[in-house]
Write a protein that binds this ligand. Sequence first.
Ligand code: DHK
Length: 149
Amino acid sequence: MTKPVFILNGPNLNLLGKREPEIYGSETLADVEASCVRLAEELGLTVRFHQSNAEFQIIDWIHEAREEACGLIINPAAFTHTSIAILDALKACAFPIFEVHISNIHKREAFRHHSYVSTCADGIVAGFGTQGYEMALRRMATSVDAETI
Ligand code: DHK
């Protein structure tokens, strides 16, 4: 059985669908999780989907992924721009890492333009709304295949 792909979500993403819908859209995080689970099944993958507002919890999940996952998709939300601790945890992982942002962070305030996570991500999806998670998952399926050949 293939190892799961971890999909991790940072602070305030629990409010997806209610929070600034003009930026983040009207889908909830539960909707995103459901589409990821559906797509993963189609792709022959399994996913473990988590969200936390706490930096330490995201770091602990990255450590767990290090032992148990075949790849990791992360939307670190505001921690993207602040967290060296999340970057260091990701640097300790050997599998593909894809960074997702619902909005195009480069079209927004200057403080969102820099991402610590991008310095170690294998791929970045930004500005495609919640569809970005599915795009990353599709790419993960081919990356994971390529690594196991
Ligand atoms: C989500 C957030 O919560 C912001 O802090 C980031 C990101 C952008 C997103 O687009 O998914 O700056």
